[in-house]
Design a protein around this ligand. Structure first.
Ligand code: WT7
Length: 639
């Protein structure tokens, strides 16, 4: 990737201040006022240093207090915060009073390790209650957390710890996956062997598997945390105090640390959770099936629902362990009324068959949500029929790690005519547009790029340690207009409703997980057998997109066809090991050449044609037009 310095400078100069009079300020002031502020703010938004926003900047609050203590103080200590279901069938019901004690103990433990406000804490944990305790304890102490998805490799964890210079890692001995106890600490040990910033590793015992132990560095959670006092007085922090860093894939090989802060983030996470799902505290049982390692888990398992005093289900395992009805069984058991999941899981349910949900009583469901990728109308209709009994709204929610909270969604109960497959309209207080290459809004029935033309409270405040990358990635494309470039294509229909069309950059979306082509390519070329690699996201019936890699092998690997099958297996596993199983290519195709333009840029469009078994598109800009037939012949396709 080449850096466009000229553009970047332009971005700095040209981002204009927003139009001053805008009722959005009043709207967000009302939403923020639903939180508890130790020091009330006087100014809603300061955009004078755009694109660096300050929301409620002179206000002070404690995020954990807002998510836990204030509900206990208001007399709701006995209300369940989490019905937790372990994969092997163990369960735990955690009330708000329990949560207050657990979070206080955890906070006291972190203090005993000498951590001070602003220090970063890395967390790699399974979906167990301690993950929530850990996040909230960090929030309570003003320690920005960096949660790393449990499926990420040691190398991925290591680079995230290094980038944030985390002092503490919180992890577990192991985790349950598909009925098996799988090691976790082995991997985290490998990661922290190379991260001098880590002073301690706090280990939750989950599976009871044997682990290696480094005296002085490693501490058992049950030794340290359980011995602490269960009260802790929270202190208030500035509204703009960093709350967390969450890494996400961009168009280059290096993931970006997306930075979120406190007051604006919590305001919008709470508001959007209440509005998008019509959530009613004390009545609903809410279940978001995401993992806390993703932004969906941060905003819609932890911060939004807890700020709204939700009763949530939290489930540790996979949806087909021990059987394919597990989710429906859990919905029935707890009377789940709001269920929020991803299209990839809905399509998996479709594959397993409608007779499975039919065996359970799902009549408690009243709102269904979808997130992560465009939901195809077929999946939308199936979801509403077979889970929702054709009674429930299906709320398709568009947002990103960077937006922090839901931005575009048809709010239930607002009388919007449902449109299967469309996220439809920005939430109150949010503004989005579809524009052409020049930044001019397109007309009804037309497609273009999705932009956010006004700042919003939960917006990212930057990329950790890389101001330039923040400006360049999000604000340089439409610098003149001062629009945030989301990286998604979108279309207005004849009513002016928004339909999301998928990424317009080199970012793939596999089962709702964002993976960059560059990341997978660099994993592939790090293998000794690979000379060159190009990766594309090809349409896949279940996962939305699947990773298809084209590789040129080197030396002996290139000519030994007997070993080709072994090499392909080895390469798929190598990628899984380098990044994590979610990045394992569905297919690796060995090719003699890659299609390139005269300037040497790989034409992924043509490779996508091959991967999706379509007729090859326009090849006139290729440096060597015969390359495509060479590739196709080699793969046994039409010349
Ligand atoms: C990208 C963001 C937001 C939490 C999960 C993913 C795609 C997300 C939708 C949707 C169409 C969607 C976009 C977006 N996306 N939700 N409802 N309809 N596309 O967060 O990993 O930051 O990925 O996911 O392409 O840019 P993320």
């Amino acid at each position: 990737m080449t850096r466009r310095t000229d553009r970047h400078t332009a971005a700095e100069d040209q981002i204009p201040a927003p139009a001053p009079a805008d009722d959005r300020g009043g709207f967000w002031a009302e939403q923020a006022a639903r939180l508890h502020w130790d020091t009330p703010w006087t100014r809603v938004l300061d955009w004078s240093d755009a694109p660096f926003a300050k929301w409620f900047a002179d206000g002070r609050l404690n995020v954990a207090y807002n998510c836990v203590d204030r509900h206990v103080e208001a007399g709701h200590g006995d209300q369940v915060a989490f019905h937790w279901e372990g994969e092997p069938g163990d369960t735990r019901n955690i009330t708000y009073a329990d949560l207050q004690r657990e979070v206080s103990r955890t906070a006291n433990a972190l203090l005993s390790l000498g951590l001070a406000t602003g220090d970063r804490v890395a967390i790699q944990l399974p979906m167990i209650p301690e993950a929530v305790f850990a996040m909230l304890a960090c929030a309570r102490l003003g320690l920005p957390h960096s949660v790393v998805f449990g499926g990420f490799s040691p190398a991925a964890l290591q680079s995230r710890i290094e980038d944030a210079e985390a002092k503490l890692l919180i992890t577990a001995d192991g985790q349950y996956r598909r009925g098996q106890a799988v090691a976790m600490k082995d991997g985290t040990d490998e990661a922290v062997a190379h991260t001098p910033s880590i002073e301690h590793v706090l280990v939750v015992r989950r599976t009871g598997s044997a682990v290696a132990w480094t005296e002085g560095r490693d501490l058992w959670w049950h030794d340290l945390v359980d011995a602490q006092a269960d009260t802790h007085t929270p202190e208030a922090f500035d509204a703009e105090h960093p709350l967390f860093i969450l890494y996400t894939s961009g168009t280059t090989g290096k993931p970006k640390g997306i930075l979120h802060t406190s007051g604006g983030y919590l305001t919008q996470a709470a508001y959007s959770h209440r509005a998008a799902f019509d959530h009613r505290a004390g009545q609903d049982v809410y279940w978001c099936t995401a993992d806390i390692g993703w932004i969906t888990g941060h905003s819609y398992i932890v911060y939004g629902p807890l700020a709204n005093r939700a009763t949530s289900v939290m489930y540790e395992g996979t949806p087909n362990t021990p059987h394919e009805g597990r989710h429906f069984e859990i919905i029935q058991k707890y009377g789940v009324s709001i269920y929020y999941t991803a299209p990839t899981l809905i399509r998996t349910f479709m594959k397993w068959g409608e007779d499975i949900p039919a065996r359970y009583d799902l009549s408690s469901l009243r709102v269904l949500g979808s997130v992560g990728e465009p939901i195809n109308p077929q999946a939308w209709l199936w979801y509403r029929e077979h889970l929702g009994g054709n009674r429930t709204p299906v709320v398709d929610t568009w947002w990103q790690t960077e937006t922090g909270a839901i931005m575009i969604a048809p709010l239930p109960g607002t009388g919007l005519a449902p449109k299967p497959g469309s996220a439809q309209t920005p939430l109150p207080g949010i503004s989005a547009k579809v524009v052409d290459d020049q930044g001019v809004e397109v007309g009804k029935g037309e497609s273009g790029y999705l932009v956010l033309d006004r700042p919003w409270p939960a917006m990212l405040r930057g990329v950790w340690g890389d101001t330039e990358r923040y400006r360049e990635t999000y604000w340089s494309r439409f610098a003149q207009q001062g629009y945030y470039f989301a990286g998604d294509g979108a279309r207005y229909d004849e009513d002016g409703d928004i339909w999301l069309l998928g990424r317009v950059d080199d970012v793939m979306n596999v089962s709702g997980h964002r993976i960059s082509t560059a990341e997978v390519e660099s994993a592939l070329v790090s293998h000794p057998s690979v000379a060159e690699a190009a990766v594309v996201g090809a349409t896949d019936a279940t996962t939305g997109q699947a990773i298809v890699a084209f590789v040129i092998l080197r030396g002996s690997a290139a000519d030994g066809s007997a070993e080709a099958a072994d090499t392909i297996t080895a390469l798929r596993n190598h990628v899984a090991q380098e990044i994590g199983p979610i990045a394992k290519p569905r297919q690796v195709m060995v090719v003699p050449e890659l299609p390139k333009t005269r300037s040497g840029k790989i034409m992924r469009r043509l490779l996508r044609d091959v991967a999706e078994q379509r007729e090859i598109g326009d090849v006139t800009t290729l440096a060597d037009a015969s390359v495509m037939s060479l590739i196709n012949n080699g793969l046994g396709g039409p010349a």
